[in-house]
Design a protein around this ligand. Sequence first.
Ligand code: GLC
Length: 438
Amino acid sequence: MKNLRHYAAALLLLLPLGGNAQSASQAYTPTPENLQSRQEFADSRLGIFIHWGIYSLFAQGEWYLQNANLDYREYAKAAGAFYPIGFDADAWVKAIKDAGAGYVCFTSRHHDSFSMFHTKQSSYNIVDATPFKRDVLKELADACHSQGLRLHLYYSHLDWSRPEYPLGRTGRGTHRPTGQTDWPAYYKFMNAQLTELLTNYGPIGAIWFDGVWDHDSDPTPFDWQLDEQYALIHRLQPACLVGNNHHSAPYPGEDIQIFERDLPGENKAGLSGQAISKLPLETCETMNGMWGYKVADQNYKSVNTLVDLLVRAAGKGANLLLNIGPQPDGRLPEAALDRLKGIGQWMRTYGTTIRRTQAGDIPVQPWGATTRRGDTLFVHVTKVTDPAILLPLDVKVKSAVDFISREPVKFERCKAGIILDLTEVKPDPDYVIEMITK
Ligand code: GLC
């Protein structure tokens, strides 16, 4: 009954709104539960991204269909052999929670078009197209809700298999029939799927869109009709955050700002030069080099490197969304589990120095970063680059202690700020000084 009401509400939203599309977004005022959800999101600082689909069977990453220019009908045959016997949602959620993460973001449908949930909109899904026949999203949602982990859902705007998706700059070699482009039908399909996702799986913390960049080289701007889509999401679940990995400054109606592979304000990977907004921030990054499982990529970052990244993200007031590509058998790779364990160990001791904090008083430095909660400034030293560091701060320091031993830490005042002596400091992988300032 409740479901039916949701569907009816969603259908109403699909009707033309009248006026231009902007009007919906300009009217968007986040509800109190949405603002609360933003705060909880920002407070958690660490999330785990999961890229899992039938692409894991090919073990070449989630772009294999497009990169190898495969016929999408041949690729789809992998579904018939997808039987991830080792999938255990409870074990995933436990490992992710033990790492100290506040949420998991799961790929409900990636660019290849395969739905990792039981959808009525296409039989190309985990229940109807595989011998496994289990709604892995339902199992994951149940595990998240019973263990108290927020569930976010990745959803691809672009599609390399559906003939009605208007071709963008990718997926041109997947042999889709031509002449069948039908944007209204595709838009309706997406909104019907989003309605299912937001109706059948309990509270969803965020919808994480990706793929708008597929049309960034169009001669005339492509109208994704995001306003109505965002309104649909907020109508179905007001607390659900909308984020979009479009590599630009946030659009109206979005609740968080996403950066890909770079911390806000950095742009080494070429996807993240955009202005930083006042919305809660999140940077996504891989543990190795690829999002989806890639058998040849065992180049995992060390626990120390990942903790350093997490601390720097927090120092910029951003969350880290750290990715794992589960194996074709449904298990999380051993190397990823090791990283989760290492991060968890750090989080159990130091989590409070990044959770419920804001960006620190000074920009992220080669030696580390700072985070702040009220009167407390946490100085995180992850690399000793100099025997002493200068914090260019114009604040009164009431006390400075080693966060672990609670022993006083020596500091000196000078005109330019506060000088900390690091000669004895050995970060493992982080050394935290807790300062009370006025
Ligand atoms: C890129 C890739 C995609 C991946 C995403 C994660 O947009 O296209 O495969 O899911 O980044 O950030």
